[in-house]
Every structure is written in C-alpha cells, then in structure tokens.
Design a protein around this ligand. Sequence first.
Ligand code: GLU
Length: 395
Amino acid sequence: MSPRRSTVSSPLDKARRVVVKVGSALLVDQESGRLNRSWLETLIEDLVRLRKRGQQVILVSSGAIALGRRQLRLPRGPLRLEESQAAAAVGQIRLAHAYKELLEHHDITVAQILLTLEDSEQRRRYLNARATLESLLSLGALPVINENDTVATAEIRYGDNDRLAARVAQMTSADCLVLLSDVEGLFTADPNRDANAQFIERVLQITPEIEAMAGRSQSEVGSGGMATKILAAKIAVAAGCHMCIAAGHHRHPLRRIEEGARCTWFVPSATPVAARKQWIAGTLRPAGAVQIDAGALRALREGRSLLPAGVIGARGRFERGDTVSVLAPDGTEVARGIIAYSDTDAARIMGRRTSEIESILGFRGRDEMIHRDDMVVLRPDVLAAAAPETAEAVR
Ligand code: GLU
C-alpha cells in the first residue's frame, strides 16, 4: 500500500476490457425513488468515450429493487424475499428501458444479461455466460448485467453486485473493474468517527490488516458495504484484474478517476492471461488427457493453439471447460489446458480439420481444441527439442 498518488496513467486508461459496476445508491434517488437520469447520462458519456478509444465495456448495474419498490409502493426498510423479487421484476424492466434509451442515443446497442450465482459457479453455465458475453462484445453491443433477482433465492444469490461484477470481470478476463459507490474508497478506519482515519490509494496485497480495515470503514447504502468490496477485490486481483473503488456520485465519475480523483486501487500481481495460466498450471488433477502429434508439438512451440487436427488420442472422462493434460507423442505431459470439447466430441473430431467440426458434431464449436490463452506449457524443454517446423505442419 502506498499513500502517494500514482504518477503513471490510471489502469482505467490502459485497460483493454473494463467492467464498471454502479450501485443502487447512485442510480436511484434515495428520497424520490426515481432514477438519477441526468447523472446517469454523464456516466453513459464516459462509457461511450472509453469505447471510442477502443476499450470494451461491460456495465454491471444495480437498482432494480430500489426502482421497483417505489413503483409497487412497498414500505421503507428491509423487504421480504418475495417482495424483493417482485420489486426486481418491476424495476429491472425500467432499468433496461433507461439503458436502452440512453445508449441508443449514442448509437450503441445495449444487451441485458441477468445472471444467478449458479451461472458463475457451475462450469457449464459459466462457459455459456462467458461465450455469450464474448459474442456480444465482438458484435459491438454493450452488455448491461444484473443479478437475476426475481429467481434468485436467499441461499443462492449474490445479493450484492460487487462480487457479481468481480465474477464477470474474471469470467471475461477483463483487466479493469471499477466499483462506483457512495464511498471514496478504503480508509484505515471510519473517517466519520475517527479523525485519524487515513485514505488508502493503493493495495498491492489484501492482507488481514486490509480486511480488518474494511470492517471498520464506512459502508455504503446499498447491499454491498466495504466487506463485499474487499471480497470482490480478492476475486478480481486473483484473476489479474485491477480493481478500483471510487466515489460515483459526481458527474462523469469515470473521467474523474482518469483525471486522478482520489480512489482506492487494488493492484494484481499478474495479467489476466498470466493469472489464468497460473490457475491452469495449478490444477491438481487434470480430468483427462489428449495426445498430440509431432506437428502439433511444433505448433505449441510456436505458441499456437492446439487444433483438432493435431490430436491423436483422448483419455479419461472430461467435459468442455475441464483442464486436461497435453501429452507429447512419447506420452510426456508437455502442457495443460482448458479443453473446448468433451471426451466423446474430442474423440470424434481428432485428426480432422477445423472446417469439418460442424458436419461431424452437428454444431459449430470452437475452432481450437485448446486455445493458446487457455494453455500453459509445462515442459518447454520438450517443446524446444521438437523437430523444426515444416511448411505442411503449420496450420
Ligand atoms: N441486484 C440488486 C438490484 O438490482 C442490487 C444488488 C446490490 O445492491 O448490489 O436491485
């Protein structure tokens, strides 16, 4: 942690893919229960600017329950689960409508995704959500995400969008997550009660000391509070993503961060790709293995992906998204990676060209058996010793 303001440009300027989370307290006026529309317009302008300079943006927006409860004339104070679900159903449609109007004004297509906890915890659903988000981003849409509060039950819900946003950042290998909240960031103690409370601008490691500060720090009006923000930070930095907690109630809240406004940055020790690779390398028990031919071994040496054509065998039972070992022709484990096909599908397409996948399986899966970003080389020595590349082996 360092008390000084960083002189280098903010991670927000440099990020390729940014997730921005807005809390209910910012979006919805506490007194009237209405959307803070003029403020939201300035946030949207900030998002548009990020996109114009080539950054991909995902918005995680709260506010459904806060908007819906007013419409349904529900009393102030804590709601029962069924009441929150009903409020979310009513509020979400209003929220989506507002985003559609505001973004279409800038010629941006908005896409709504409502996620549950299980969508981020169960592998198959996680992969589906990830694939959908990737498609939307590549098609130029701006995904707006919230928890699917109408179906989430007490036991299986996030309940706070801080951790949901961190999961989304992890899922999409985003390199920057901004939590816009009604607090400026992390203090050593509650600044309202303790005159000696100091602001923390940079956290390089989330130590027990930092966690204890979160308990003492001022917390926001929404469901989050500082404790869930620290949990979110743990998820984000483990995924190689910078995370920032910043005051969002000013107009143009993202521009303010770029201009150096005070906020707390959590700094990861690796990039998203490196963090993902560490995680893959650390898999204790790969679910299965694929054996590759000499041509694929050379392709791996060049840092390329593993295509079905280079696979000569599949062992074990695995599903799409499992970590498997990649074995050299002599059986040595040379790499590990997340496979894009199940064992049965892998067996059917191995040795075949990528263009044949659809006609063999009946669906168009990924071109690669294991994408290079999902693969980590364990034995560079074996790869280095692979015979030099020949033209026909390069795919
Ligand atoms: N998903 C909730 C909503 O849209 C908000 C959760 C939170 O406050 O973080 O109302």
